[in-house]
Design a protein around this ligand. Sequence first.
Ligand SMILES: [Zn+2]
Length: 302
Amino acid sequence: MSLSLMSFLPAIDRGLKNMRAECDYRACHNKQFLRSIPGSRPGIRVGSLWYCSVDCFAFALRAPFSRVSSRRIVEIPRNPRLSLGLVLHAKGYLTAEQLRVATAQSQRHGEELADTVIRLGMANEKQIAAARSAQWGYPALAQDYMGKMIQADLPRTILQACSAAPLHYSASAKRILLGFVSRVEHSLLESIEQMTGCRVEPCFITPTDFEEQMERLTSFPDYEEIAVHDPGTPEKMARTVGRAAVDVRAREALFTQYKDLVWARILGKRGKVDVIFRVNQAVEEAKAQKSEIFYEPTSNLG
Ligand SMILES: [Zn+2]
């Protein structure tokens, strides 16, 4: 029996492809292998695709990994309408003269306005977080949650990349409260919701809160993160994920991308592992892909 979430969806939603009982790796030698045989190996499910073995799964991974490795990701990030400087001024934290000086200095030094304002001692971190909250329309500093230890199955590599720290994680309520330092990354919210099945609520925290909260963050006992800074060829990436799939006796895999980080989540009988690849071709200001690397027609795989 498959333990994947897909098995709880009505058959019609899974598409006609799933009516076929064969492995979705085109070159699979195991054409006769039916997933419906009682007691048979359950294979690995990736969205609407199904692979009869780790071998087929890893072979099929090479094509999408090769696409994400060679593609430059350029998207314009969503920005709030009001600038941080104007909000700081509107809230009375900066005078018009301070705003003028800070703006000029931040431009001259190629520095974020918030950093300039802090450096010049014109406002403090909490004021900046309050201004960002007003700017983006999300709450600031969920004080009720600060200072508590937290367990989560979220990759630190990705949290560090967007300066976001989980303040609350309830698997039963399917809710994550995520504190951002400088900007709310909507693509990250989507990626985390997709990977965890939890609703993610953003808020703003200070850089100090972020550092402290990351210290308080521990992993669920059955969770492991593998960060790969030099992923190598698509074949090597596929082998890395294949090894992780063997380790946890994979049943299901999920894939998403955030900026230049490819996030593969493998769920198995022995736990859960996130493999994070840093794909170097992506540009600094790039944003996550909307599409999931695997949710493409079968004909492109294998
Ligand atoms: Zn196969």
